[in-house]
Ligand binder design. Sequence first.
Ligand code: AMP
Ligand code: SF4
Length: 449
Amino acid sequence: MSVFGAYGVKDAASIIYYGLHALQHRGQEGAGIVTFNADGESYRKRGLGLVNEVFTQENISSLKGDMGIGNVRYANASKGGQDNLQPFFFHHHSGDFAIASEGSLVNSAQIVRYLEQRGSLFQSAMDCEILGHLIKKDSNKPRIYQISEALNMMEGSFAFLIMTRNRIYAARDKYGFKPLSIGKLGEGYVISSETCAFDIIGATFIRDIEPGEIVTIDHHGIRSMRFSQFQRRKMCAMDYIYLARPDSDIEGCNVHAYRKESGRRLYRECPCDADIVIGVPDSSLSAAMGYAEESGIPYEIGLVKSKYVGRTFIQPTQEMREKGVKMKLSAVRSIVGGKRVVMVDDSIVRGTTSLKIVKLLRDAGATEVHVRIASPRMTHPCFYGVDTSTEEELLCSHRTTEEACAVIGADSLGYLSYESTIAASGRQDMCLACFNGEYPTVLYKNKNK
Ligand code: AMP
Ligand code: SF4
């Protein structure tokens, strides 16, 4: 999932369209944009599908105004469908407002119960709707206090954009799980989950929003306030490893540079004697380059991916995923045939991809296939909004590395250490909970909404 907003930008909807398009890799199930014009009239369009399927030249031109927010969403089993598309729009006597979000709360069930006891009725299980109700639970206070109190009650990972008729508020959870950055575009501002969207629209990066910060953007410019004094730097490791685009910078570290460094470290930690190094397109290519550079083994294009199939993982059922993998990747026989191959991938979740690719490479004539993973063994589920599967389904949750290697049919298997996963970013800390089970937040009993 991801969010993009624009304030003080002429024809905001078309800028948001390009912004969301640049964020498409973070979700392909649905997209939406809400705008306000100078008279406070709202315009909305949401739909299932890719950004360029949901929006046409015509409907973008009908979304009027110089401010707006948008979202792209990926499906996970519990939250798919038309009703849960974002941004959410709320009518209220004190002024209409819209909310778009990324991430996932861990105490949503508790907050829903609290609000229901005070008379709220929910239409969805979405964090946006919960935030909308929480903000308005006490509508006599100034809005910024309503928002900051609401955010303070929320535990988990989030990046929220809240738009009223005259301003946009952008907030990040106090652990800083999810990236959110501000850019300047002409006289106006843009806010994006990833900085790659700024380059595409010609915006200049200003800064990242801090964990526990709310930034208000309006005709006064940018103002900042903390909704929490508690602050951690627990950026999601999977954002660096897999989710983000290589041309994005996350809290000062370029994603391609991170992946390349993780590949170098992977070679130092798990060396291998082989003829060629290949990566699994697209997210593992940087790590494979790093592995090749450090080892001196030639880097080759051993796998080719069809550009026209969405990410396999996005499709909800295992059966569909398996079909998807077949449609998507092919091994290049003239390159891998007769060779000892090191295949670098960014992560193993259920093992579906590795199993298929090892077979593809052997069928194409590879004599040995050594799998190297540029992240640690994934052993725990994520409760912060990244669809990494249940503990039972994770290949490594109940298997040793040797057992996992046998399941995927590789000649050898190696992972990156926790230390290198953090150190490759130059940071001191990040969330590694799906790898080590150390969840930064309290986990409430009813995590599965
Ligand atoms: P699997 O086939 O289940 O082992 O999934 C691992 C593959 O999916 C790797 O090649 C990753 O590039 C990709 N991947 C890892 N995490 C995710 C995620 N949260 N969503 C979609 N794809 C992912
Ligand atoms: Fe990211 Fe894993 Fe932490 Fe979830 S548990 S936020 S996927 S690092």
